[in-house]
Design a protein around this ligand. Sequence first.
Ligand code: HEM
Length: 133
Amino acid sequence: MATQAAEAPPTPYDLLGGYAVIERIVNRFYDLMDSDPAYAELRALHAPDLAPMRSSLASFLAGWSGGPRDWFENNQGKCMNSAHKGVTINRDTADQWADAMGRAIADCGPENTQLGEAMAEMLGRLATSMARG
Ligand code: HEM
């Protein structure tokens, strides 16, 4: 993992608590998706094995928040649209995604609750913007 230069301002990734906190949030997100019937429709869109998504989403969020960019380097040219090609995202499943992520961040997010709330709001807006119909 790259070391920040001493004088570099902290990124949101650093402020969140780095990979450990992102991994914790992502694991909670998929645990909720896998167990709460409120997310059954969202769960059904995913493959039976969520392990690849646990590592993929954590890696994505690390780069998204200013940390290691492995996901972006390994998925050059991929965007949120192409990553979801063939996935039918409607208002309900987008809301389920946003809700589960909001809960995961509230349960396992950073000590800085304001930062956690900002992260939940941005990801919620991103999910909502992906709904088609
Ligand atoms: C709006 C509701 C969303 C739904 C219904 C949804 C659903 C899915 C599904 C079904 C997959 C394929 C996983 C599999 O086959 O098991 C996927 C992949 C993925 N999603 Fe979402 N997603 C949503 C929102 C988001 C958001 C907001 C993000 C980012 C913050 C995101 C990040 C990803 C990533 C990184 C992948 C893996 C792409 C790859 O590495 O190839 N998704 N999503």
